[in-house]
Design a protein around this ligand. Sequence first.
Ligand SMILES: [Zn+2]
Length: 266
Amino acid sequence: MTDIIFNLFPGNKKKALTMSYDDGTIHDRRLVEIFNKYGIRGTFHLNSGRLDQDGVIRSDEVAGLFDGHEVSCHTVSHPSLTLLAKESIYQEIAQDKLKLETLTNDIVRGMSYPYGTYDQNVIDVLRSAGMEYSRTTVSTHNFTLPADFMAWHPTCHHRENIVERLNDFLTRPRWNHLPVFYVWGHSYEFDRNNNWELIEEFCEKASGQEDVWYATNIEIVEYVQALRQLKISADGSKIYNPTATDVWVTVNKLPAGIPAGCTTLL
Ligand SMILES: [Zn+2]
């Protein structure tokens, strides 16, 4: 029997790092500059109804500022979604998606929960509005992937010893799952707490690692969804990737690329 293990990210990389920042305040400009300097990538969750207000980025800079990162929903007006009727939840997301898609000329498929509040009713409505993942504010303090991307618990907030955790993430020799280091926060916190050097140090140490995939939130979702859709023949001799995403797996202890849309003989 062929031994097939789902333990690789794109390009045979063994782990992934992704960042997630909420609310779209003007401090995102400085944060993006730091991310870009070190090749770190992430996702920016925006409230389309707050763009162009005092202290918030302008609509006309969204596409250019976040080029190379992901623009994602955070609702139009930042309500607690568990307090709203289904119709209002739907509008908060559908309208946000529409506006952000107009600004980026892209398809927006992800979000984070304002105040971190959600329940099954909220998740059901969000799915019907085209959302494929949503980040909570619950720290796992580990590097596991969620069972359900609609309740994607991050590793931790950036205030929670991220440099020490990064050291563990980069040096741990063995993993029994696909490891993702997922950091979240608000860029204005670095300004308020006068600790921009924290994120600068983190990004510098995290950068340029050969075995790390620097990804946006949706890229990780898409990759893991593709892995979960692979079809393997009963005798383990063939593997079919029905998705549009190239994936990598370990076959009999060796890395193997499985191109999108192809059946590969093992
Ligand atoms: Zn928020």
